[in-house]
Design a protein around this ligand. Structure first.
Ligand code: HGY
Ligand code: MN
Ligand code: MN
Length: 434
């Protein structure tokens, strides 16, 4: 893959594009359900507002825009009859989120469109196109995180045609079902299938995203090629014991659900930390009845389990299950689990890894000839898109690697590198046969 830069763009145009991305990340950060933090969940008023903003920015670029049947915001530019190279990421967030996770990827994709578009009629007349053998589409996915309903990748699963009717019964913390939320948002549950794209409509999916770990920062590298996206399984677990008086109950009569669940959480850390590229996290942990003078009779907690390969991830789940049997048996407790999300590992297509690597080399010619290639421990919409298209990802350095946190960061300089590298990758993909 070449190192020669294909993009003809003045450095100050790219610097201006990076400044626009940073400013728009700040603007979108202000669209939140909470005044003091960033929280934007699926099918919320905040989701609708950022879709309107994204659509406005897409139209400014001369893109045709639509909100699809699952609430994803889409823009398209180029030959109406040609297949599309999809770019984008997600605009939804976790609770108390950072302002770049997903959001930067959508905005970087829009800046790539701005750099690549040319007047449709040769003059600066009405309309724009792209000098590529495919159209470009930018998609702002509506629910990558799964914050509201627990099941992640809802927006991109609809695009991939893998929506499961059982999801309609999923409920949020207020008991609102996904079906009801669809209706309240103005979407028709019966038409969600219309969001699905056919494989022959797509050339591939390219996503720029901040790294949500410290590898690039530790290596002093601004950009990396992503080799694969971790497989994920999420569970809701319940440990049942017996609520009793905190004072009057002697220890030999206690069946304390919180102590059993606490041993389980420590077992997650011990077993996963001992495995290669397996991450297990207990993010939510709630004791019932939750009174200070009552021994917890029940604990409900979450488990987020990821691995580089599905088989090793599943092997760890089996080991954890055996460990929970031992803990709960010893403590006279019972446990059960319900799987709320599962997504297989997705290996980025060799061709898209090559064009991303070529884009990085063209952007940073003075650095090593082989850009860093890293495995994404974080999940991304590409996990869903992998069902219908080749997937490629470009990572941008995130100083300290902190993410899913207000301190999440990315530098304008690295965003400029990311914009150029993604644009170069798109041009390299355009030079390849379909
Ligand atoms: O959870 C993840 O890895 C992603 O940020 N949704
Ligand atoms: Mn995230
Ligand atoms: Mn993300």
């Amino acid at each position: 893959m070449s190192t020669t830069a294909l993009l003809r763009a003045a450095p100050d145009a790219i610097a201006a594009a990076a400044r626009r991305v940073m400013a728009r990340c700040d603007e979108l950060a202000r669209v939140s359900a909470e005044s003091g933090s960033i929280e934007r969940v699926y099918l919320s008023p905040e989701h609708a507002r950022v879709n309107r903003l994204a659509a406005e920015w897409m139209r400014e670029l001369g893109m045709q825009t639509w909100q699809d049947a699952a609430g994803n915001q889409v823009g398209r530019i180029g030959d109406p009859s040609a297949p599309a190279l999809l770019m984008g990421s997600h605009l939804d967030t976790v609770i108390d989120a950072g302002r770049y996770d997903g959001i930067a990827g959508v905005l970087i994709a829009l800046e790539v469109v701005r750099l690549l578009r040319v007047p449709a009629d040769g003059e600066a007349g009405d309309g724009w196109t792209v000098p590529l053998p495919f159209a470009l589409e930018v998609v702002a996915f509506s629910d990558e995180e799964g914050t509201r309903f627990g099941k992640a990748l809802l927006g991109s699963s609809a695009v991939a045609g893998t929506w499961d009717a059982s999801w309609w019964a999923l409920t949020d913390a207020d008991g609102v079902s996904l079906r009801q939320a669809f209706l309240e948002f103005g979407l028709d549950p019966g038409r969600v299938g219309e969001a699905a794209r056919r494989p022959d409509e797509l050339v591939g999916y390219l996503e720029a995203h901040i790294e949500q770990g410290p590898e690039l920062d530790r290596a002093g590298e601004p950009l990396a090629v992503v080799s694969s996206i971790a497989s994920a399984r999420r569970f809701h677990l319940v440990v049942e014991g017996e609520a009793r008086h905190a004072g009057g109950t002697p220890y030999d009569m206690r069946h304390d659900a919180l102590l059993g669940a606490s041993e389980a959480a420590l077992a997650v850390e011990r077993i996963c930390a001992g495995e290669h590229h397996i991450m297990g996290t207990v993010g939510r942990f709630e004791a019932f009845p939750g009174a200070v003078n009552v021994i917890p009779g029940e604990v409900q907690f979450s488990l987020d389990l990821r691995g580089e390969f599905d088989a090793s991830r599943d092997h760890v789940w089996d080991a954890l299950s055996r460990q929970l049997d031992e803990i709960m048996g010893r403590r006279g407790l019972r446990w059960r689990s319900r799987e709320v999300h599962s997504a297989p590992a997705v290996f980025c297509a060799p061709l898209l890894q090559d064009v991303v690597a070529g884009g990085i080399r063209a952007t940073l010619p003075s650095r090593s000839d082989a850009p860093p290639v890293i495995f994404s421990r974080a999940g991304h919409d590409g996990m869903a898109l992998g069902a219908i298209a080749e997937v490629g990802m470009l990572f941008l350095r995130n100083p300290d690697g902190i993410s899913h946190h207000p301190d999440e960061a990315v530098s304008a300089g690295d965003v400029a590198h990311g914009i150029r590298a993604l644009a170069e990758a798109v041009l390299l993909r355009g030079a390849e046969p379909r």
